[in-house]
Design a binder for this molecule. Structure first.
Ligand SMILES: [Zn+2]
Length: 248
């Protein structure tokens, strides 16, 4: 028997009384767990195995497959499912985490980032656009794709509101040092957006979600973090396409 603490990121019903759940754990990345045993088993574990529940799972492992024995909820982010925008953002975040982390031990703090993001999504005290941008850039940082946004990567200067961020090379350049490219991965970046990016990359978790930006700069930040993630993960996400259709 093995007990792991983790977050339910996906669930797949099997018949009326059974289901599979995908759990993100610190020890083993994402694992698939079978919740079988009929209505009694399902009702006993209903809270702890629901989507976005953070729970302790006691399981038996048989030939590489996990079967749930019992579970105990630690924290339930149930309000996420009451809001379509929050739910669709949580689905996108889940797809990204499942795609990137695989079945490996998590040495970085993706778990803490995920828990913090789900907390604010559930409480509704930060906008989805804000949470999406913070998650995207901090997630990339946690998995080793931290952008170099201190000063111009070429001449080390920093001139407020005159800097450009190269999404491809992940570096900042001043106007004098930019090299025109054929693609549009070079974006002019206002000073307040540079400051926000630095905060997301460097801040401790207890301060991570504590900053403000004007609406227009929040949109600029969101465009940058989304493109940064998509470029460096090298794919699209269906859940992101759906989130975008909400047009919020
Ligand atoms: Zn320069």
């Amino acid at each position: 028997m093995v007990t792991l603490r983790g977050i339910v990121l996906r669930e797949f019903p099997v018949g009326e009384n059974d289901k599979f759940i995908h759990i993100f754990t610190k020890e083993q990345g994402v694992i698939e767990v079978s919740v079988r045993g009929g209505q009694k088993m399902l009702s006993k574990n209903a809270g702890a195995t629901q989507l976005y529940a953070y729970s302790d799972f006691s399981m038996r492992c048989d030939r590489g497959r996990y079967y749930l024995d019992s579970s105990e909820p630690v924290r339930l982010f149930y309000k996420i499912r009451e809001n379509l925008e929050a739910l669709s953002l949580a689905q996108y975040i889940s797809e990204v985490v499942i795609y990137v982390t695989g079945q490996h031990e998590q040495k970085s703090d993706v778990m803490r980032l995920l828990l913090n993001t789900l907390h604010f999504l559930s409480e509704g005290t930060r906008s989805c656009g804000f949470l999406k941008a913070v998650f995207e850039m901090r997630f990339m940082t946690e998995i080793g794709m931290m952008p170099d946004i201190v000063c111009c990567a070429s001449c080390m200067s920093y001139i407020a509101d005159e800097m450009y961020f190269d999404l491809m090379s992940t570096k900042l350049y001043c106007r004098g040092c930019i090299v025109p490219t054929d693609d549009d991965t070079l974006v002019k970046i206002p000073a307040s957006v540079v400051h926000a990016l630095r905060h997301i990359v460097f801040a401790d978790f207890d301060r991570l979600f504590n900053f403000k930006l004007s609406d227009i700069n929040m949109k600029k930040l969101g465009r940058i973090t989304e493109r940064y993630l998509l470029i460096h993960l090298g794919r699209e996400f269906k859940t992101l396409d759906f989130y975008r259709t909400l047009g919020i």
